[in-house]
Write a protein that binds this ligand. Structure first.
Ligand code: ARG
Length: 466
């Protein structure tokens, strides 16, 4: 049954019915739809817009429907136009004509944005917890690897030695920013739109603040036209989700490289790997590859919504119904990716010796040789030139810098002395980088402490979100 049949002489074309229907997508908001209606009908009763008796009858009817849906006693009718029509017609079917009063002073335009916001608020809490869980796993891995030396790269070429903890903590910074962005987005969408009606509010004396309180919103929207045509919160969410995926994708790319035979820095657990149907030796990092691949989907969801919204005049237009498919896909993909990625990283084996060996090849201590000369009085540019020549010599001789005898060092500059070997030892190279934010033990310990504080603080904060 349509909610709007009165004005029509003919029924709607079957194809149009399917084309217009959103129930397959929005049925997952049944709970939010009912909770929103409960608050609305309670307010209608309190304001004497409908009688107390009717309000209570509708209230009880809605609660019964909620229970029956949760217990699978009723099934959502996939032929209905959308979840709002389904709940309203089910109510009238259950309680009779009083059900027809539920929609007093309300439009599906303010109802749908209310439902989406309620649903999204809960899902954003889930995303925050997914990020926090990943961060705690990364914290533990970093904590166990404060002394694990590995080569740091620029241009995918070995650059300077760092520690695995330093590398992992770099990703934690990205996820910290991701979490703050999600929480910011939550704050901005925490405005209750109901009472905006179709576009211009209502002639009834609706108490919007009462509904907002009932539903746990911190405030109400200020302009009814904006309320029903705003989907910024969908786009902002998808933008936050895209950034999360971008970070996960970069991390995945490194995981994929690290478990190649060429790198062999890590080994993924069997539980998080897959095999080949033809090559028996294969153990493929499919989880990381899928995370990298699914990043494209989430970017697609964001672009979908930016494009849908770019030419829509005020206020509601049916184009906006497209929002939920993109939003739900983005949320589902990111939550699943975060949770699967977390398990993969938690169970991987770290080949510390291989990492260290990797750092000892490729002249990662060349900058330290130059710094040694600078600390003994040479200008950095001159030191850079000399060390360049040393590296060229070592490449030709097929040896590493620390294998050079002192006399050879001295041929390049008389400044070199026996203490050069200590100065360019990989542990010294890492330890001497004591600058705030660097890989030295003290710096990493400070980073770890601040990460743990961040995780604990945000966990408490997220717990209190309504
Ligand atoms: N199913 C619609 C949506 O998701 C609900 C709003 C319908 N409003 C309307 N005026 N047809 O956007």
């Amino acid at each position: 049954m349509k909610l709007w049949g009165g004005r029509f002489e003919k029924g709607v074309n079957n194809l149009v019915n399917d084309f217009n229907s959103s129930i397959k997508i929005d049925s997952r908001m049944y709970k939010e739809d009912i909770i929103g209606s409960l608050a609305h009908v309670k307010m209608l009763g309190k304001q004497n817009i409908i009688s107390k008796k009717d309000s209570e009858k509708i209230y009880d009817g809605l609660n019964t429907i909620l229970k029956r849906l949760e217990n699978n006693v009723i099934k959502i009718d996939e032929c209905a136009e959308d979840i709002h029509s389904f709940i309203e017609s089910t109510l009238t079917y259950y309680i009779g004509d009083e059900g027809k009063k539920l929609h007093t002073g309300r439009s599906r335009n303010d109802q749908v944005t209310l439902d989406t916001k309620l649903y999204l608020k809960k899902y954003l809490v889930q995303i925050c917890n997914d990020i926090l869980n990943l961060q705690f796993i990364l914290y533990k891995i970093a904590n166990e690897n404060i002394k694990t030396i590995m080569p740091g790269y620029t241009h995918m070429q070995k650059a300077q030695p760092i520690t695995f903890a330093h590398h992992i903590l770099a990703y934690c910074e990205m996820f910290k920013r991701d979490l703050s962005r999600v929480l910011d987005c939550y704050k901005r969408l925490d405005e209750m739109p109901l009472g905006s009606g179709a576009l211009a509010t209502s002639t009834y004396l609706l108490d919007r603040n009462l509904v907002a309180n009932e539903l746990g919103f911190s405030k109400i929207t200020l302009n009814s036209l904006d309320s029903v045509s705003d989907r910024d919160y969908v786009i902002e969410t998808l933008s936050c989700l895209s950034m999360i995926m971008m970070h996960l994708s970069r991390f995945s790319e490194e995981i994929i490289l690290w478990c190649t035979n060429e790198f062999n820095f890590i080994e993924l657990s069997d539980e998080y790997s897959t095999g080949s149907s033809i090559m028996p030796q294969k153990k493929n990092p499919d989880v990381a590859e899928l995370v990298r691949g699914k990043t494209g989907r989430v970017y697609g969801d964001l672009i979908t919504m930016l494009t849908v919204m770019k030419g829509i005049p005020l206020a509601y237009n049916k184009d906006m119904q497209e929002d939920k498919e993109a939003l739900f896909d983005g949320l589902d993909t990111v939550s699943l990716s975060l949770r699967t990625f977390s398990g993969m990283i938690e169970t991987m084996k770290i080949n510390k010796d291989v990492m260290k060996k990797g750092a000892s090849l490729g002249f990662t201590n060349a900058t330290d040789v130059a710094d040694y000369l600078v600390k003994k009085g040479m200008a950095f540019r001159n030191a850079h030139e000399i060390v360049g020549e040393i590296v060229l010599y070592c490449i030709k001789e097929n040896i590493s810098i620390e294998e050079l005898p002192l006399e050879v060092f001295k041929n390049f500059s008389p400044i070199f002395d026996n203490d050069i070997y200590e100065a360019i030892d990989l542990i010294t190279c890492v330890e001497e980088r004591k600058v705030f934010g660097g890989p030295s033990l003290t710096s990493i310990k400070a980073q770890l402490l601040s990460l743990l504080e961040f995780i604990n603080e945000r966990k408490e904060y997220v717990k209190c979100l309504k």
